[in-house]
Design a protein around this ligand. Structure first.
Ligand SMILES: Nc1nc2c(ncn2[C@@H]2O[C@H](COP(=O)(O)OP(=O)(O)OP(=O)(O)O)[C@@H](O)[C@H]2O)c(=O)[nH]1
Ligand SMILES: [Mg+2]
Length: 216
């Protein structure tokens, strides 16, 4: 019992010593935000749907060159009535992954609303953003959003775009790496980086739920 406690302390200490990036996933309900995080953090995929309420936090540690980077990954609810909670979740985020479902036109159209919400409610420096179209495994057997529209939207908002599938584990790691690279190349890091994270949320376990109050 004591051994586990000291191991936990060590992990916590290491986490505090390393750089922590806060990355938030946003987008309509059912687009696959939770699935993307489950795939990236746990290497798992579940075909049943359990909607997210409020927000969940996942942790992952990665190595970039010689640097160890802690990722604090925030899953948000896609339900419209949860927008005020979501707003508090992306406070001080270094990066935001905006997710739509490539088989769902509405989720694609609503990308503009998510971006508008972020731009009009972010205090201080804007986080880096990436646009991702999830469920690419369904592209062959369903009507889907035209590639040209996606390119146009990404260009309009000056965002990189990735097509991915949480189910098939396609491009998941690559999409996060692209966003992390953008964060490293931007001014966001200098402005927001703190040794123990983007804010002082003290959660030690993955998938712990907590809502926050925005300071804006
Ligand atoms: N075919 C396919 N299904 C997927 C994929 N990703 C997620 N799904 C399914 O889509 C449904 C919704 O996924 P979630 O990850 O719960 O969606 P969410 O965006 O977190 O939804 P909210 O929490 O309500 O905002 C689930 O049934 C998943 O199994 C994918 O890449 N391909
Ligand atoms: Mg979810």
């Amino acid at each position: 019992m004591n051994k586990v406690t000291s191991q936990e302390k060590q992990t916590k200490k290491k986490r505090k010593e390393n750089l922590t990036l806060k990355i938030v996933l946003m987008g309509n309900k059912y687009v696959g935000k939770t699935s993307i995080l489950n795939r990236y953090v746990h290497g798992e995929f579940y075909s049943h749907y359990n909607f997210t309420s409020g927000g969940d936090i996942y942790y992952k540690t990665i190595q970039i060159g010689t640097k160890v980077v802690n990722l604090k990954l925030i899953d948000t609810a896609g339900q419209v009535d949860q927008k005020s909670i979501i707003r508090s979740l992306y406070r001080n985020a270094h990066g935001i992954m905006i997710v739509f479902d490539v088989t769902n036109e509405r989720s694609f159209a609503d990308v503009d609303n998510w971006i508008y919400q972020i731009k009009t409610t972010t205090c201080g420096i804007m986080p880096e953003m990436i646009l991702v179209g999830n469920k690419s495994d369904l592209l062959s057997n369903r009507r889907h959003i035209k590639e040209i529209s996606v390119d146009k939207k990404a260009a309009q908002h000056d965002l990189k775009f990735s097509l991915l599938s949480a189910r098939m584990n396609t491009n998941i790691t690559e999409a996060f790496e692209t966003l992390i690279r953008e964060i490293f190349e931007s001014k966001v890091l200098a402005k927001i980086a703190t040794p123990n994270g983007a804010d002082n949320i003290d959660l030690t376990e993955q998938q712990t739920t907590q809502s926050f109050v925005c300071g804006c």
